[in-house]
Write a protein that binds this ligand. Structure first.
Ligand code: CA
Length: 520
């Protein structure tokens, strides 16, 4: 056992053995002359979160962090120097041409065998981590009625079906007042369709429609297009509020409750069974980030991602605007040239989407980023990409698409927490990992969300909101590998039914459909 590390002991975090810089993590930074274990001495003061040269870096030599060239030394920088935006030249701008394709593929890591969880196996082969009655809505007009019905279902019906965890109205602001035939409309429509098929809902679909909306149930669920399990049928049960049979509000509520009870009977048959860890579909993202996101929490997520991929599971990473400037790091890890092409296609689509809106990708680092130690856009992007670990990227999803393969997947989504979470739900996510530095109480009603704090301070203050404290990496109490393994184990426990803090308090954010098409 190592003796406990005093708070004053100079400490840095190294991301990869090939790196020639590391990050100073002590509160308040370190003064010139500070000596690290191993003898490295600071030649000048280095603020917290900033880079120190671990060995001499000659002028023009690559500055390596995350095993990636994040820039080039503008001067000779001896070991112990502070590296910042003044003495690190930015790499050339990342255009979507001449990218390295599949050049950094590591040999596949040894499979992790024998890990399991207790999940709900569905008839289509997918596995849920919760057993939830979901009520799909075609349009915002019905959401007040659905909310009323959900409250009554929870009070009057749910207690009779003890194997069912919850009832959720899939409410959203789409469905009418939109250019439903615009090319971009397929994104919100398929998102809603695919969320209905999320493994946590057990293939039991029911839809509440208004009647006159643009997003008609037949457009949302074209005949025979989805594997709905209701009573052996292939189409979701439908309650249409404008149907002539409904006389008065209570008639609508009665119809919804009658259908809900029929689905609850089916859902109540579901039992947890032992399934391999390869049935996990984990979506990772970050929000309310700080200078430590890319130093503690995100690298720990990356470690857990590698473990999950080795166990045969699926991990999705997303947030296009936050990874765009590390595109060459992603294409170089593409399992095949086709995967690289798909990533380039998604990035180009998003560049164009932003351009249409009259903005660029705003990837230049902010003064706050630089103050926090991020020298340039590549380094910032790497702090986000590090969540994806080091495995080969085996597939790409366009926004709202459903997964069809396992492994590490780039699911193209905006970085917006709610939109990213909604699109990962549509892809088939059954556990969500969310890192935060500033702190956000983010949660989803549809899947468990494991929240990871980047700092001890946040983890201590929000002790009943944060599920994992990655700040222990900065304070020297744990390594990235320790927290990564802890996260991997917690994912299995939560997938088996253990409540997250957000679930305990029933905190959840609204679904937000990504609609790149015009509204009318
Ligand atoms: Ca986010």
């Amino acid at each position: 056992m190592m003796p406990p590390t005093s708070a004053a002991t100079p400490r840095y975090i190294l991301m990869h053995d090939n790196d020639n810089v590391a990050i100073v993590v002590n509160d308040g930074g370190l003064p010139a002359g500070a000596v690290f274990d191993g003898g490295l001495t600071l030649l000048e003061a280095v603020p917290q979160g900033h880079k120190v040269a671990l060995r001499d870096v000659a002028k023009g030599e690559a500055v390596i962090r995350y095993n990636v060239t994040i820039g080039f030394a503008a001067d000779d920088l001896p070991a112990g120097s502070w590296l910042n935006e003044q003495n690190v030249q930015m790499p050339a701008a990342r255009e979507l041409v001449n990218l390295p394709i599949s050049t950094r593929l590591q040999p596949p890591a040894e499979p992790l065998e024998g890990y399991t969880f207790q999940g709900f196996r569905n008839p289509d082969g997918s596995v849920g981590t919760r057993n939830i009655l979901a009520i799909t809505t075609t349009v915002q007009c019905v959401s007040g009625v659905v909310e009323f019905a959900v409250k009554r279902i929870k009070e009057e019906l749910l207690p009779k079906y003890p194997n069912v965890d919850d009832v959720v109205g899939l409410e959203h602001t789409y469905g009418c007042g939109v250019a439903i035939d615009a090319p971009g409309a397929m994104i919100p429509i398929r998102t809603l369709r695919n969320i209905t098929l999320n493994p946590n809902f057990g293939g039991q679909a029911m839809v509440v429609s208004l009647g006159c909306e643009k997003l008609q149930p037949t457009r949302l669920f074209p005949k025979g297009s989805i594997p709905i399990q209701n009573g052996g049928g292939t189409e979701p049960a439908l309650v249409c509020l404008q149907d002539a049979q409904h006389v008065g509000f209570m008639s609508m509520i009665d119809s919804i409750m009658k259908q809900a009870e029929s689905n609850l009977v089916n859902l109540n048959q579901r039992q947890r069974e032992t399934v391999p860890a390869s049935e996990l579909v984990v979506g990772v993202q970050c929000g309310g980030s700080d200078a430590f996101s890319g130093v503690t929490a995100n690298p720990a997520v990356g470690f857990a991602t590698d473990l999950l991929v080795r166990a045969g599971a699926t991990v999705m990473f997303s947030e296009t605007t936050e990874v765009r400037d590390g595109i060459d790091q992603l294409t170089s890890r593409a399992a095949t040239p086709e995967v690289a092409d798909a990533m380039i296609r998604e990035m180009a689509w998003y560049d164009n989407y932003l351009q249409r809106g009259g903005v660029d990708r705003s990837a230049n680092t902010t003064p706050g980023n630089k103050k926090g130690g991020l020298s340039n856009i590549v380094e910032k992007a790497m702090g986000s990409i590090v969540k994806s670990g080091s495995s080969a990227i085996s597939g790409v999803l366009s926004p709202g698409e459903k997964l069809t393969q396992k492994g590490l997947i780039y699911a193209a989504t905006p970085a917006s927490d709610f939109i990213c979470g909604t699109l990962q739900l549509a892809a088939g996510m059954n556990v969500h990992i969310f890192t935060t530095g500033r702190g956000t109480p983010y949660g989803l009603a549809e899947v468990p969300v494991i929240k990871v704090a980047t700092r001890n301070d946040l983890a201590n203050r929000w002790h009943d909101l944060m599920d994992i404290n990655a700040g222990r990496i900065a304070s020297g109490e744990a390594t990235i590998a320790d927290v990564g393994w802890e996260m991997f184990q917690l994912v299995l426990d939560v997938a088996s039914g253990r409540e997250t803090w957000a679930e305990k308090w029933k905190l959840h954010n609204a679904l937000v459909l990504f609609n790149p098409a015009p509204v009318t």
